[in-house]
Design a protein around this ligand. Structure first.
Ligand code: ADP
Length: 334
């Protein structure tokens, strides 16, 4: 059954942390709450969990209103940034914690813990002290613990943010495959768009307590809801007013140039000539800033050597070939 949030609001004194959020999570899917620090993601998650009481609005699963149901009776599992394991218990006892609370018989418990530790890649480590585990392993134990009682919803708050970058990369792919196989839905809070796009089926973009846009990663990237969303999602070429002389259809508000849909050719072969202002290596790719003098704008362009008509030394001149679909009118911010 779907989780429905209706008009949820929460204030702390003068700060409106969550501002009338209405959102639906389709059962069995993962929704990321993505936004900059302080935009209200954790507060929204805590309202869903019942760790905070809303000033207005409600939380329901199917027809069941949970707005006043205590956290322990919502049937949700939670994973936090700081793992929050019990240091005096071993891996098995940590993973079994919710099962002991639910008075699950010992034999069933042991089988379930074995199954979950295998799922999270910790098979056979039942008797290991959690204090002897790496950060990544500790977070896997926390995940196993949250999943053990078969929650109907899993809530994850920045679960990878205390891990180093390479571990985050591999764990987010693993999380994706673990969450995809679960009957429970999940809400995943993160400020990192790469994590949101990898782990979630649907992304809800948040700003200043409000949901700005909801969609798949493809939808958000192709049609950002405004200049703020476009920039936050990593688009480099967002123009608040249309570049002069670019022969664009008249439109209100901001314009996005999808540089990934453009090509560089010899000078004179494109919509406009550009000159290389800066050229920087990003691993095997180049990141160029190109001055489009006739348009009065700078275009950031990324690509590989084989996509370049010549060496991109500063001052080099290229023709920027722009198919019509590379321009998108994205309106203004609400
Ligand atoms: P995020 O998770 O997106 O970083 P939070 O939900 O933690 O954002 O915070 C949203 C806003 O609410 C921030 O301005 C924060 O300072 C404020 N806030 C959060 N929790 C509390 C609290 N317990 N007391 C007072 N202000 C809070």
């Amino acid at each position: 059954m779907n989780l429905r949030l209706t008009g949820l609001a929460k204030r702390y004194g003068a700060v409106t942390a969550v501002d009338r959020v209405t959102l639906e999570l389709v059962a069995g899917t993962t929704l990321a709450l993505l936004g900059p620090s302080g935009c209200g993601k954790s507060t929204l998650l805590r309202l869903v969990a019942g760790l905070e009481a809303p000033d207005a609005g409600g939380v329901a699963i199917g027809d069941q209103d949970l707005t006043r149901t205590p956290t322990a009776r919502r049937g949700f599992g939670m994973v936090f940034q700081d793992f929050a394991l019990f240091p005096h218990l071993d891996v098995g006892a940590n993973a079994a914690f919710g099962l002991v609370e639910a008075r699950v018989p010992a034999a069933t418990r042991a089988a379930r813990v074995r199954e979950l530790l295998a799922l999270v890649g910790l098979a056979g480590l039942e008797r290991r002290k959690v204090t002897e585990l790496s950060g990544g392993q500790q977070q896997r134990v926390a995940l196993a613990r949250a999943l053990a009682p078969e929650p109907r919803l899993l809530l994850l708050d920045e679960p990878l943010s205390n891990l180093d970058a390479s571990l985050r990369e591999s764990l987010k792919l693993e999380l994706r495959s673990i969450l995809t196989g679960l009957p429970a839905g999940a809400i995943y809070v993160t400020h990192d768009q790469g994590e949101a796009f990898t782990v979630a089926d649907t992304v809800a973009l948040m700003r200043a307590g409000r949901i700005v846009q909801v969609g798949t990663s493809e939808e958000l990237l192709a049609k950002p809801a405004g200049p703020w969303a476009a920039r936050f999602l990593g688009h480099d070429n967002v123009y608040d007013t249309a570049p002069q002389g670019a022969h664009l259809p008249v439109s209100d508000g901001a314009l996005l140039l999808r540089a990934d849909l453009t090509r560089l050719g010899e000078p004179g072969t494109g919509a406009t000539d550009v000159s290389v202002a800066t050229a920087a290596r990003e691993g095997l790719a180049w990141r160029l800033t190109l001055t489009a003098e006739a348009w009065g704008v700078t275009v950031t362009w990324r690509g590989f050597d084989r996509e370049l008509p010549g060496h991109p030394a500063p001052g080099a001149s290229f023709g920027l070939q722009v198919p019509p679909e590379a321009w998108r009118s994205i309106g203004s911010d609400a």
